[in-house]
Ligand binder design. Structure first.
Ligand SMILES: Nc1ncnc2c1ncn2[C@@H]1O[C@H](COP(=O)(O)OP(=O)(O)OP(=O)(O)O)[C@@H](O)[C@H]1O
Length: 674
């Protein structure tokens, strides 16, 4: 129901009327049958001046579908029909009138062709796939895939999906698998009863929620849609699937991974008495997660069981508790100075990467281990003598840090997991309260978590059913953290989310080209493609503007954002991003009166806006030259750096729900699609 779209006085009156109806008190609206309705179970209610609710009534269950101005409500009520899919038992909505209108055209086309797209599939198989008996007549007339595609928007997804699979040449079993993806809940023991609407609604959490009292009604109506309705694929991951092994969910931008992580945490907390950690890589993101979790979880006792944090904090706390004081951290400049002290032939940046990406990533403790360790992602071979020299440099730096009583964040994570390894055993027994008490860990933005941090997370939860639930997108990696989970002892079952609910198709397709369709590595072994990533909506194509000078580019930005605010877009729905802190500052100054959010591309992670402007997407700025390893130092590292920079631009551009504006002065960034 689109109550949110109603003007607020109407919404209030509607709510009062629905509440009255639920309580069956004086003045409650009466359901009225609709003359000429395609579905005889349809009723409407007068809920406010000039507005009616449309519902399907079966026995004492009312499924309130929508609230619309009178004329639209009557038209909707007359034209729509509802059924239960005989294969899955979920509800299906039909625009019956629209299908009736298109039917003659399909028949005419069929008369002039002897081809029939589904001639190979018998009626019994169609029934197995849940194809509606009434629809079958029309299906039999379909001559080719184009005609089927034209029907897509008129058919329930549960009808279209198996037909599209058959049309692609899939077997009946393949089409069934496709249909199964539309299932949100575990199949029950009883056969589907197509006349039992209430049971079907329970199986359709993306379409309906049962409201038992006025309090729940208020919550359903006032909470954001994502708190109430999950899409089938999201629902099955968040609230149904359960495994002996960790679960890894990957998916493109805006497919609802964070949403699934939040719902999963709430679900697990509601089911068990144990503590749950919902964790991500940065403090800022964990604050955002906490705020969204507060919206989602109403029950204080359930919310209490979920701790929201970032990995560094977890490491910090474990070490601080064990050592009795807060650990001191080494800063970036201090570390660079220490690498310089080593007098190595290699640059401090090279040594730091070698330490973080080879030594700490594999938890190498001795020269012998390092001498034989693989060095994935590092492009320059090191001879045994060179490795020995690098190891000496690492020993020098770690020794100096030890003398000063300091550590880096990754060392902290390694120390914390070692501390846990000493104390983990039967974690679930609460005899020793100091032990890590997590029963489940849910990880968001997994692509940016370092192997040392993964070891910590693995050690912080006992092996068991639903121990780790991990979501991430390798294409959005913005730090140097490539890890195949298997290499850190996390042998995960893999799932994918493919439909973006944030991006219109135009921004999504452009974004996929920007990302290079390029393979991304990390999280799972091998590289991953963006194949199958799609959207449910259409919108405008991204605007790419070229300016002659940075000043003109800034003026153009101010004009664009000014126009958006004049069009009525609230400032908090507008995001502006740039690669460098300098450009961010300039844009902040230029836009200071407009109150929109201006941040770095890194700062865009985890956010979303109706409209987004990304500026300074020029050669020499994106990719940021200072972030690239010189090719002569290590060509493989440079290639990885370029992919990471690409990922960063991709992240910034995929925050837009509605419009994306990209600008540059001078030559465009080589990443921009031509
Ligand atoms: N079931 C849903 N109901 C309503 N909105 C949804 C739903 N699923 C996704 N969305 C929309 O898509 C947005 C993106 O969801 P979310 O932030 O969970 O995606 P994500 O996969 O984590 O994205 P990213 O990887 O780009 O950060 C939500 O804020 C919401 O606007």
């Amino acid at each position: 129901m689109e109550l949110g779209a109603l003007a607020s006085p109407v919404r209030k009156t509607v709510l009062v009327a629905v509440r009255r109806f639920m309580q069956n008190v004086a003045g409650a609206p009466h359901p009225e049958r609709v003359v000429g309705a395609r579905d005889p179970r349809i009723v409407t209610f007068r809920l406010a001046e000039g507005h009616r609710g449309v519902a399907v009534k079966q026995r004492d269950v009312y499924w309130l579908l929508t609230v619309l101005p009178d004329a639209e409500a009557w038209a909707y009520a007359r034209s729509h029909g509802f059924s239960v899919n005989t294969a899955l038992g979920v509800v299906e909505t039909w625009d019956v009138a629209a299908l009736e209108r298109i039917e003659p055209a399909v028949r005419r086309a069929a008369d002039s062709s002897s081809m029939r797209l589904f001639s190979e599939t018998c009626d019994a198989d169609m029934a197995t796939l849940g194809i509606d008996r009434g629809l079958l007549r029309l299906v039999r007339q379909i001559t080719d895939e184009l005609m089927l595609e034209a029907l897509e928007l008129l058919l329930p997804a549960t009808q279209y999906a198996p037909l599209a699979a058959l049309a692609r040449g899939e077997s009946v079993a393949g089409a069934w698998r496709e249909l199964e993806m539309c299932r949100a809940t575990a199949p029950g023991p009883d056969p589907v009863d197509p006349d039992d609407l209430a049971a079907a609604l329970l199986r359709s959490p993306d379409r309906a929620v049962f409201v038992a009292d006025p309090h729940e009604l208020d919550r359903v109506v006032t909470a954001p849609g994502w708190c109430v309705f999950l899409q089938p694929a999201q629902h099955r991951l968040a609230r149904w699937e359960s495994h002996e092994r960790p679960m890894l969910v990957t998916g493109g931008a805006g497919t609802g991974k964070t949403l699934v992580a939040l719902h999963r945490s709430a679900f697990l907390a509601g089911r068990t008495g144990g503590r749950i950690l919902l964790v991500t890589f940065s403090q800022r993101l964990s604050v955002e997660l906490g705020a969204r979790l507060d919206m989602l979880v109403e029950d204080g006792a359930v919310r209490e069981r979920i701790e929201v944090g970032n990995v560094d904090r977890l490491a910090h706390r474990i070490v601080a508790e064990a050592e009795g004081r807060a650990p001191a951290l080494a800063g970036a400049a201090e570390l660079t100075a220490l690498w310089e002290e080593t007098g190595s032939d290699h640059s401090p940046a090279f040594l730091l990467r070698e330490w973080e990406q080879v030594v700490l990533a594999q938890n190498l403790r001795t020269l012998e281990e390092y001498l034989t360790a693989p060095r994935p992602g590092r492009g320059v071979e090191l001879s045994a003598a060179e490795r020995t020299a690098v190891w000496r440099a690492v020993e020098h730096v770690t020794g100096r840090l030890r003398e000063r009583g300091k550590r880096t964040l990754l060392q902290l994570a390694a120390d914390a997991s070692q501390l846990l390894a000493l104390t983990t055993g039967d974690l679930l027994e609460e005899r020793e309260p100091r032990r890590e008490p997590y029963r489940h860990i849910v990880v968001d933005e997994a692509q940016d978590i370092h192997p040392a941090q993964w070891r910590l997370l693995r050690a912080a939860v006992p092996h068991g059913r639903d121990d780790l639930f991990i979501v991430g997108d390798p294409h959005q990696r913005i730090f140097d953290t490539r890890v195949a989970l298997g290499s850190v002892g996390i042998n995960a079952i893999r799932r994918r989310l493919q439909v973006s609910y944030r991006l219109p198709q135009e921004i999504l397709s452009w974004g996929v080209r920007l990302r290079g369709g390029g393979p991304a590595d990390g999280l799972v072994d091998g590289v991953q493609e963006l194949y199958g990533f799609r959207s449910t909506r259409h919108g405008s194509r991204p605007m790419v503007r070229a300016y002659d000078s940075p000043e003109e580019e800034l003026t153009g930005l101010v004009a664009q954002v000014g126009q958006w605010t004049q069009e009525g877009v609230p400032p908090w729905e507008i995001g502006v991003a740039a690669r460098t802190a300098g450009l961010v500052n300039e844009a902040r100054v230029a836009l200071r009166d407009l109150g929109v959010r201006v941040t770095t591309m890194h700062g865009m992670k985890g956010l979303e806006f109706r409209r987004v402007a990304v500026i300074g997407v020029a050669d020499g700025i994106v990719p940021a030259p200072a972030s690239l390893t010189p090719g002569e130092e290590d060509p493989a590292a440079r290639a990885h750096d370029l992919q990471r920079e690409r990922g960063l631009l991709y992240v910034a551009c995929t925050r837009a729900k509605e419009l994306l504006y990209v600008s540059h002065s001078g030559r465009a960034s080589p990443f921009l699609p031509t």
